[in-house]
Design a protein around this ligand. Structure first.
Ligand SMILES: [Fe+2]
Ligand SMILES: [Fe+2]
Length: 349
């Protein structure tokens, strides 16, 4: 199965056989109760081999429950004392099934497999997980940008792999459906563009690091909107020319915010500053044209416009997929026609 199983144990010296059995189900990571192990990979399930009477064991499992709330994560609690009290305690800490710790490792692995198969479909869970992780990354990023504190790119990194896994395992349509229901327009838009970028990168068979680079640029592309006054950003109607001019500063603002952080790569900086440039020179902020518009920008611009057209807006109904593609195709001269066609194939795949 695609995904990771975490074996959280306070006796790693005795965990080798169990870890080997769990590796027949998925990738297995062995961690202690104090370690930070929710590193962004898609989690298939957890096996807890902890003395539940120890406070750090309870803290670890409660933290797990909060992090994966609503995601139907299978958690096997191995009980060292198979008493009713121990069983109740494990259940209150979030174990979905409890087994005696002395069972053969193969039996534990088989029980976990059944739990995983009986939980929500893996694709569905991958999307819920991906949207949650990407949402956390975006929330931190926008909060840092809004407050003027230095942007730390590590806050963004944890969201990238889950977005790609979600789109790959759960499909673009499920990603879009999940994200579309979000209330905050900026947040929703950035997650839509990130999902479309992931699908585009997967379809174009980018190398894994290039996929992550492109999704990173997509997720952060509108970070400058964090500094746009809310009455303009959230105006429930069309912007007047003065407001439009303010709104358009978000591209250069985003670039300045990320550059000031000192951690952002040149690829992302270019994408953030130039994602409203058009091949015919009619875009902003620098009026770039032709060759001066990088490949990354050409791809991102298509995802960005498609997302904007198909989003809910207070003043218009969202466009259907086919109509949005017609608009993109009509922008010949501004967008690269071959890439628009490739995008159309990617989102239909
Ligand atoms: Fe933008
Ligand atoms: Fe955008």
């Amino acid at each position: 199965m695609e995904g990771t199983i975490v074996l959280v144990t306070d006796r790693p010296d005795r965990s080798a056989a169990l870890a080997a059995a769990l590796r027949t189900v998925g990738l297995c990571e062995v961690v202690g109760p104090d370690e930070s192990w929710a590193s962004g990979g898609f989690l298939l399930g957890v096996v807890s081999d902890l003395a539940l009477t120890h406070p750090e064991a309870a803290r670890c499992l409660r933290g797990l429950g909060r992090r994966y709330k609503g995601q139907a994560l299978p958690v096997i609690g191995l009980l060292r004392r198979a008493t009713i009290e121990a069983l109740r305690h494990a259940k209150t800490l979030g174990a979905t099934v409890c087994l005696p710790a002395y069972l053969p490792p193969e039996t534990v692995a088989a029980a976990l497999t059944i739990q995983i198969e009986n939980s929500a479909p893996a694709g569905e869970r991958a999307v819920v997980h991906g949207v949650a992780r990407a949402g956390e990354a975006l929330t931190s990023l926008l909060a840092e940008a809004r407050s003027g504190s230095r942007i730390r790119m590590e806050t963004v990194e944890v969201g990238l792999a889950p977005i790609l896994t979600a789109v790959q395992e759960g499909g673009l349509a499920r990603w879009l459906d999940t994200v579309w229901s979000h209330d905050d327009a900026t947040y929703r838009h950035c997650l839509l563009v990130a999902g479309l970028a992931a699908q585009f990168a997967l379809h174009l068979r980018f190398r894994r690091d290039d996929q992550q680079r492109f999704v990173r640029a997509a997720l952060v592309h509108d970070v400058g909107k964090a500094r746009i006054p809310l009455p303009i950003l959230n105006k429930p109607g069309r912007l007047d020319p003065d407001e439009t001019a303010v709104m358009r500063t978000h591209a250069a603002l985003g670039y300045e915010i990320l550059k000031a952080g000192g951690e952002c790569d040149a690829f992302t900086l270019d994408a953030v500053r130039h994602h409203h440039e058009m091949l015919d020179g009619s875009g902003y902020p620098d009026g770039l044209s032709g060759e001066a518009v990088s490949d990354a920008v050409r791809l991102l611009t298509i995802c960005d416009i498609y997302a904007a057209l198909t989003e809910r807006r207070a003043y218009r109904t969202p466009m259907r997929m086919a109509d949005a593609m017609t608009v993109l195709k009509g922008m010949d001269g501004k967008l690269e026609a071959g890439l628009v066609q490739a995008f159309g194939r990617a989102i239909a795949a």
